[in-house]
Structures are given as C-alpha cells and as structure tokens.
Write a protein that binds this ligand. Structure first.
Ligand code: ADP
Ligand code: MG
Length: 610
C-alpha cells in the first residue's frame, strides 16, 4: 500500500459513512451551541454544492442563489407552521419549490450567457429579496417570520417525537449524506459528465447529442432543489426568518464558499462550507467587514489557489464510476443494419449555400456519401470545407439547399438531434473537456447510446450500473485501438496535441456513428499516429460507417478514400477518384499548384502506412 492511500480513501463511501456515524454519535457529547454550528456547516455544504453543480460542473452563473434559499426557507416554514404538516413534508416542499423555481428560471436564463446570465440571475435574487421584504401577509415583511417549529424553541416534532438540537443535527446529517451520495453517483454518470460538456463547449456537447437547453434546465433544477432544501433546514434550525438573511451577501457568500473550496470537485465545496461556517464564528469582527474580507479571500484564492482548497491537497474527483468494465463482444463482421455500397446514399447534401456578411462560403454544394464509403473533402484554406461540415451537423443553418439523412430532411434539426441520429463530427480544433481524463472524455461520446435515466444513474440502480460497465468496456476497447491505453487516466489538458486529436476521434467512434465527419483529423499527428488513424478509418469503413474526411495530406488520402470532392471558393470543382483529381486542370490550378508534389503521377501505394 502506498503512502498516498489514506488520502484516496477520503472519497471512499465506507470511510465517509463511518465519519458520518461518528459525527452523529459525537453530537451527543458536545454542547448545544456546537451541535447547532455543526448543523450550519451541513446546511452550508448543501448551499456550496448547489453552487458547485450549477457553476463548477455545468458552468452556469448565478448571482441570485439566495432567492432559491428564501423560497425553500419560507416554503418549509409556512407549510409546517400554517399547514400544520409534519417536518418531512415541509422539507420536501422546500426542495420541490426550489426545483420548480429553478426550472422556471432556466427558460429565461438558459438562453443567455456570461454577463447577461450574471445580470439576469442577480435580478432574480433582487426581486426575491424585495418580495420577501414587502409581502407582509406571507413572509412577515421586515419584521420577519418567527415561531417556526425548531429545536431551539422546543416545538419541533418528527413523527410525533419532539427533537432537540442533536436529533435535528442527525436528521440534517442523514439527509446531507444521502444528497452527497446521490450527487456523487450523478456526476460520475453520463448525465453529470454531460453537465461538464455543456460547461466547456455547448457546440461540442451538442455534436455528441447532448441538448443545450435541456441540460441547463436539469442543472438549474437540481441546483435550486439542493439550495431550497438547505433553506428548509435553515428555517427550522433558527426558528426565525427575516429578509436580511436572503440578500445579495448571502448569494455572494455561497459563491465564495464553493470557489474557495474548489469548484468542479466533490470535496471542495465541503471544505469551503466548513471554513466559512467557522471563520465568521471565530472572528467576530467579521460581522462588520464581512464583504471586504470575502472579497479579499476570493482575490487571494484566485491568485494562490486557482483550483481551490481541494486542488491543493485532495485527490482529483473522478467523473467515472469505479466499476469493472465488461469487455465488449467485438464482431469483426459489420454490425447488422449496414447497407452494402450499392444502395442509396446515407447522407446527401443538396445544393447547399450559405453566406457570412455577403461572403459566399458555400455556393450550391452537393455531396453524397454511402454507408461503408470514405469521401475525401479537400480544397484550399477558406474554400468552405469546415463550413460544409458545420451545416451538415446542424451548427450553421444553410441559406438554401437541404441535407437528407436516409432520405429524411434534417436541415432544420438542432445539432443534438442530428447527433442522436448518428451523424457525429470532430472539430478542426479538438474540443475536449480539459479537466477530464482521456477515458472520461471518450465516454462522453457514448452519450447518445445511454438508455437509463438520470435518476437511475443517481440511484446507482443495477441496470444503470450494468449499462455503465458495458460503456466502460466499449470505451476501453476504442481507447486501446486508438493507442491511448497508457494515457487513459491522464488529464487531457496535460497531453500533447496529437493525443488530444486521437482522444476526440475515439470519442466520436464510441458514439457508434452512422456518418462520421472528420475535420482535418490528421493535422498535427505524428507518422505512427497517422498510420493508426488510417487503420481506424479503414475499420470504420468495414463496419459500414459513412465517412467524410477533410484532409490536406494527399498521400494520406490516396490509399484510403473511395472518392474525393474538391472545393474552391464554396463550389465543387471536382468530384471523382483520386487519380482523376490529379489530372483535373481546375484542381491543379486552384489547389494542387504546379505538379511538383507528385500530382501528375499516382503515388506509391502504402506510403502512409509504411
Ligand atoms: P476551410 O475549412 O475550407 O478552410 P471554412 O469553411 O472554415 O474554410 O471557411 C470558408 C469561408 O467562410 C472563409 O472565408 C471563412 O472566413 C468564412 N466563414 C466560415 N465561418 C464563418 C463565420 N462563422 N463567420 C464569418 N465567416 C465565416
Ligand atoms: Mg477548415
């Protein structure tokens, strides 16, 4: 056993469970004020994790999270107080009301980004704050709401048993532990990884079949449910609610806890919550200068701890379940459903045109590709190759013309729907999740193949686990074939360009594409990597995938493609076999230049794979 083992064990479920049980027992032997402080820590853990899910994982900003906290707090207080309903109903109501508010807000804020998103959520927080202040009949206005069932007031019952500070702490502890367990399961599954994909690039996520709006909606709903629940716990812990608790400073405090602790990790927000519950308590002078001190801590942490406290000394959070991969049965015969080459085109682009500010990037381009065929797409820089791939994959909308897949018009579909049909593309500049390992990135490719729900994944249901095992096995097989086995657990941020390219290709292959659109996949690859790429593409062809391959390297295309299409200034100037292309005067003039690159003769076969 290595010396690092104890640190890794921190993330172990059994270790955490044991720690929670010990805390639950220890609560018996400490003062009431200490136990109350512990409850505050747990509530802050929920708040910080709520920010973490939204900002650290899904990459969305909220400057108004105190608004959801207020909804949960007043919601639960009123349900239990006026409705005389039991505490669990109040807490469930807090989470559901928070979720409903988050879901509703996501329709508006899901459409905007960056500064606009910050402003809109800030506005939401301010509106909620004013509502709490002014809605006297319900919230008690500035006087607040007092006499809420709480352990301090000795009027809190759980299933007819009166509970005090210790009992309440244990309740919060159990629920928080369950929430963290669910959260861990969720973010190590396909839907949690999808949050990260949306965070890094909405376009790249869409091209894997991850819907932008739906994923953001999930993130807002989940995050708001968590902080709503925290609000419910808060209301019953203190027994009194006033508007000042839910102002802008609370939203800022939530952000600071999560950021200083470490966004995008599981342990960071927990550390942040502990720190920011104890700091103000220990340093009473904080009260007057709270904002200033938070500001300083935030600035300091950006400077010295860019990845937060967790990044400093805790192991990296894995976004993959620790399961035994089930090896895939990998038949060398093509999978069923593959058509032979003589059949109609699988993908057909008809007369596509698109302009950018008057510049015609595509002027009536048509192209078709059949199952089990590789079409090379070449042409000078700026001739429209990437634009064609962007139009076909739904990232740009053509001004004229249409795209047919299996005879159906897909020109109007959003990019994630197109990807879910099996039209998968890679990018000229690889778009991976930099903080993910190779394996985690590759698994993102499987997104369109998952059948289990997000809930099943969060509950670690057997079917969801089995599916995950199969995907892991499939991912490992492709990683192996792409020559990345030794790097499977390396974070891609630290890898050379060529490995990133191969990772992106492996991710696309795990999607089991019907059509594969590759934008200069060989650029930046070493000779052996190129050979491997060639092998992977030949294999894709054998398996009946229709491939469109943008490439400048003619020798690479010679032995690979069935057909080549040459674009120049957005128009097709040649379509046919490679040999004919070298003889075409238009192509020689526009692209190949003078016949110095062996263009007037057939290059030796096998030059690339040598
Ligand atoms: P290629 O991939 O063949 O090098 P592109 O398809 O990237 O060429 O570009 C074709 C032309 O369209 C270029 O002149 C480029 O500047 C223009 N273009 C592509 N995308 C955009 C865009 N989003 N906005 C403006 N112009 C664009
Ligand atoms: Mg390009």
């Amino acid at each position: 056993m290595t010396r690092r083992f104890p640190l890794k064990a921190i993330g172990d479920t059994r270790v955490l469970l044991a720690a929670a049980i010990l805390l639950g027992i220890a609560a018996q032997f400490t003062s009431r004020s200490t136990v109350q402080l512990w409850s505050f820590v747990l509530i802050n853990v929920l708040i910080a994790q709520s920010i973490n899910v939204l900002t650290g994982i899904a990459g969305q900003i909220s400057l108004g999270h105190a608004g959801f906290l207020a909804i949960g707090a007043y919601g639960s207080a009123l349900v239990v107080k006026s409705g005389s309903l039991p505490l669990p109903v109040g807490l469930v109501a807090a989470a559901l009301l928070g979720a409903a508010a988050g879901w509703t807000l996501s329709f508006a804020v899901g459409r905007v980004r960056d500064l606009y998103l910050a402003m809109m959520t800030l506005g939401f927080g301010m509106i909620l704050y004013e509502v709490v202040r002014e809605w006297n009949a319900v919230t008690g206005g500035v006087t607040g709401l007092s006499g809420i069932a709480s352990p301090t007031l000795r009027n809190l019952n759980l299933f007819d048993v009166s509970i005090g500070e210790v009992g309440y702490f244990r309740l919060v502890l159990i629920v928080t532990a369950i929430v963290l367990w669910l959260l861990r399961n969720f973010i190590t599954g396909p839907y949690g990884r999808a949050f990260f994909a949306i965070h890094v690039s909405e376009i790249a996520a869409g091209s894997l079949g991850i819907p932008r709006a739906g994923t953001k909606r999930q993130a807002y709903t989940l995050s708001a449910a968590m902080i709503g629940l925290a609000g419910g716990f808060y209301a019953h812990l203190v027994g009194y609610l006033g508007p000042e608790t839910f102002g802008l400073n609370r939203s800022v405090e939530a952000l600071v806890m999560a950021i200083v602790g470490g966004l995008g990790t599981l342990s960071g927000p927990v550390l942040g919550a502990v720190l920011f519950t104890y700091l103000p308590d220990k340093l009473q002078f904080f009260a007057d200068y709270q904002f200033m001190v938070y500001g300083l801590i935030l600035l300091g942490s950006f400077l010295v701890l860019p990845r937060g406290l967790a990044g400093l000394f805790l192991p990296r959070t894995a976004f993959i379940k620790d399961l035994r991969p089930v090896p895939v049965v990998d038949p060398e015969v093509p999978p069923s459903g593959v058509r032979c080459e003589h059949e109609a085109a699988l993908l057909r682009a008809c007369d596509l045109s698109i302009s950018f500010l008057g510049l015609r990037a595509l002027a009536g381009v048509s192209l078709e590709v059949r199952a089990g065929r590789i079409v090379g797409l070449v042409g000078p820089n700026g001739s429209g190759k990437s634009t064609l791939v962007n139009v076909v994959s739904g990232i740009y909308r053509a001004g004229a013309g249409h795209v047919l897949f299996e005879g159906n018009d897909i020109s109007r579909l959003p990019e994630d729907r197109i990807a879910r049909l099996g039209i998968i593309r890679t990018f000229q500049d690889p778009r991976l999740v930099p903080s993910f390992t190779v394996r985690e990135n590759v698994l993102l490719g499987a997104h369109r193949r998952y059948r289990q729900s997000a809930l099943a994944s969060a509950l670690n249901q057997p079917d969801a686990l089995r599916e995950e095992q199969a995907m892991l096995g499939a991912a490992n097989a492709i990683i192996d074939r792409a020559g990345l086995s030794a790097l499977a657990d390396s974070v891609v941020r630290d890898l050379p360009y060529g490995d990133q390219r191969m990772t992106e290709l492996a991710r696309a292959l795990l999607a089991e594409p019907r059509v594969l659109l590759l934008d200069e996949p060989a650029a930046g690859l070493s000779e052996p990597e190129c050979a491997r790429l060639g092998e992977l593409l030949r294999r894709a062809k054998e398996r009946g995938i229709a491939v469109v391959l943008i490439e400048h390297h003619m020798e690479f295309l010679n032995n690979l493609v069935d057909e080549v299409v040459v674009l120049d200034s957005g128009e097709v100037i040649y379509q046919g076999d490679m040999a004919g292309m070298y003889r075409s005067p238009e192509v020689v003039e526009a692209y190949l230049g003078l016949p110095t690159r062996g263009t007037d003769r057939q290059p030796e076969p096998g030059t690339v794979d040598a």
